[in-house]
Design a protein around this ligand. Structure first.
Ligand code: WQD
Length: 322
């Protein structure tokens, strides 16, 4: 297959690029390098630097080849920042996605695999969360992801665009074969902060609350290895092309781990001190967010293979410690 990976120089996009190339597919990466790294793009992929807000650049990228599918990862993802500057997130995430979709219609590209998020669910009414759970985002980032999912439904109905909306829980880890070495920049997520603390780049991890209704009082999340996410994306592409049906699935492991469990295991794996301090809860956080991915397991025949915590943390430490 011949695909264009929008945001393919980023953390998740680059892992999908490597998986696609591994499986013999043709890949073009379109990225503005605002957060992604050119070094993450292998020589065997075609690279076009551009921004999804630049319709002319997008149009010429689509005309550069006859693409079977679009993988769309380009988005601002810091939930906290989205509550401070919703305009920026609306423009980049929603307007940018409208441009991606319009260029598909204009160039007759029929399939899109979209990077969505568990953030569309908001506060969990039950765990593990399935795809029937109400979608009621509590941050503007989650709102943008849900709005794009709604756009996908309309473009599917009106323009026969086939879409797979993949709702990730907590993406983590790095390529087990060590081919991706550029770290995410200014990442506000727990595991990169734990790794930076183990490296001595931070004094301590601030643990956002230990008074949640969880076994040790700290937040519980479902961490899914980015390579497991990548294989799910490729299975989703094949599903769209073979079944010619739309798909919205959760991608997680069904197992949750707390902040303190993560810190403890990271200390074992890195053999470094990882000081932490309990502070107030972070607004918008919930106690527990765990996925059920039964639909992905059944429809895509997808099972996580790299999402054991040790594998996640060892693969991260290998990159951070270099
Ligand atoms: C995990 C746990 C925090 C940092 C976010 C986005 C979500 C998705 C994944 C893109 C929570 C705690 C964190 C820290 C801490 N992004 N924590 N100290 O909030 O579950 O999800 O990233 O799709 O949309 O909302 O991930 O890694 O920020 O937090 O105690 O310095 O770690 O409270 O319990 P989160 P996270």
């Amino acid at each position: 297959m011949n695909s264009i990976i929008i945001g393919g120089a980023g953390y998740i996009g680059s892992h999908v690029v490597f998986e696609l190339l591994n499986q013999g597919h043709q890949v073009t990466v379109f990225d503005n390098l605002s957060t992604g790294s050119r070094k993450n793009v292998p020589a065997s992929a075609t690279f076009i630097q551009g921004d999804i807000l630049d319709e002319v650049a997008l149009q010429s990228a689509y005309q550069s080849s006859n693409f079977d599918a679009v993988f769309h990862f380009a988005a601002l993802k810091a939930a906290g920042d989205s509550m401070i500057d919703p305009g920026l997130f609306a423009k980049q995430n929603i307007s940018g996605s409208i441009n991606v979709l319009n260029a598909m219609v204009h160039n007759g590209v029929k399939n899109i695999i979209f990077s969505s998020s568990a953030a569309v669910y908001g506060y969990p009414k039950y765990n593990p969360i399935d795809e029937k759970h109400p979608t009621d985002p509590i941050n503007f980032y989650g709102f943008t992801k849900l709005e794009i999912e709604k756009l996908l439904k309309w473009y599917s109905q009106l323009k026969c665009i086939r879409f797979a909306a993949l709702r990730y829980f907590n993406a983590a880890g790095y390529d087990p074969r060590g081919r991706i070495t550029e770290l995410e920049r200014n990442c506000a997520n727990l595991l990169p902060i734990v790794m930076e603390t183990a490296m001595g780049l931070r004094e301590e991890v601030l643990v956002f609350g230990n008074d949640y209704d969880t076994p040790d009082g700290t937040g519980v999340r479902d961490y899914i290895h980015v390579t497991d996410l990548a294989t799910a994306h490729i299975k989703a592409m094949k599903y769209l092309m073979i079944e010619n049906k739309d798909l919205t699935v959760n991608l997680g492991t069904g197992i949750g781990y707390s902040v303190l469990e993560m810190i403890t295991l990271a200390k074992d794996i890195t053999k470094r001190k990882i000081p932490f301090e309990i502070t107030d809860r972070r607004p918008g956080d919930s106690a527990e967010l765990i996925a059920t991915s039964k639909i992905a397991n059944q429809i895509l025949n997808w099972e996580p293979e790299y999402s054991e915590l040790e594998t996640i943390l060892q693969s991260m430490w290998k990159v951070y410690n270099n």
